[in-house]
Design a protein around this ligand. Sequence first.
Ligand code: NAD
Length: 343
Amino acid sequence: MTAFVFNEVNFDNHEQVVFASEAKSGLKAIIAVHNTNLGPAMGGCRMWNYASEAEAVRDVLRLSRGMTYKNAVAGLPIGGGKSVIIGNPKTDKTPALFEALGEALERLGGRYITAEDVGTSPADMANVASKTKYVAGLGDRGDPSPFTALGCFVGAQAAVKHHFKRDSFDGLTVALQGLGHVGYDYARRLHEAGAKLVVADIDQNSLKRAQEEFGATVVDVNAIYDVEADIYAPCALGATLNPDTMNRLKVKIVAGGANNQLATPEIGEVCRQKGILYAPDFVINAGGIIKVCYEYMNTPEDGMDAHVRRIGDTLAEVFARADSEGVPTSVIADRLAEERFKK
Ligand code: NAD
């Protein structure tokens, strides 16, 4: 058999990769603990109909590494990990499947703490929680997305300050993609701060609400990249910064909540060359994980708002260092994380 973990392109000296299974429930899961230097690894559990085991391995290695960087840069006392369940989230879910995952987490003794992610829900996490305490974000203390939106807003403020040398959004136009949990709340904050909004979504109800509540201009989903705007705020899909859109975007700043915005790492350099100030996704969208971590660790929540707002300070540091060192903001964000989590 070809070895496909240590050779995998996303393998990055992960501390531990565990294949967990249980016959009765049919569980086939992979748990990747990337790095625990700052604390137990935390990251969601994704359920996906992977075409192959190799694809699941690739995903869990990539996602768990990403969590180490995100958690470190957010200043949280946790490391990075992720789990994936191989299966169709629409047809293969049972309570027993998630209970079996809970038992697998229990065997790891707290080195990895899970949470919901793509394909899993708070109800699934409640089933995990019937077997282990190593599960966060059970949904009983509220949705983390308003905190993600707050982080995006303070991140955009830092970007405006850095690029336009001003504190206000008055008269600035934001092209916002995706009016979901994060995007809608972020749009509200931008509107209240005086920004003009141009929005795109596939959901007609959200568009109508944004028109009515924020006076937003609606454009077609494919036209959002061509809008004459100051800021592009991706809050729906990954990889929207790619060779095609880089030729179309007319903005000066990219500041949005979506995960994995760069189609390839090289796009960070393309942004720099084009004079587009990119707020690295895993820095600006960490508000949600901050909220989940506070909840899980029972940290008094009176400091949580200030913690999320520090995303603005972190980004200001990223932008300043990127300028002085002449490298992309995405590279500086990685370095900042590494300075924090590497022993
Ligand atoms: P969501 O599902 O609530 O919202 C996504 C929105 O995007 C929906 O309104 C959907 O209709 C819209 N959409 C889908 N396809 C589109 C397209 N082609 N063009 C325009 N709009 C489209 O999800 P969310 O929780 O708001 O998360 C949004 C993004 O932020 C995701 O990439 C997610 O991974 C990331 N993120 C979310 C959180 C959080 O706290 N929820 C935290 C970190 C990162």
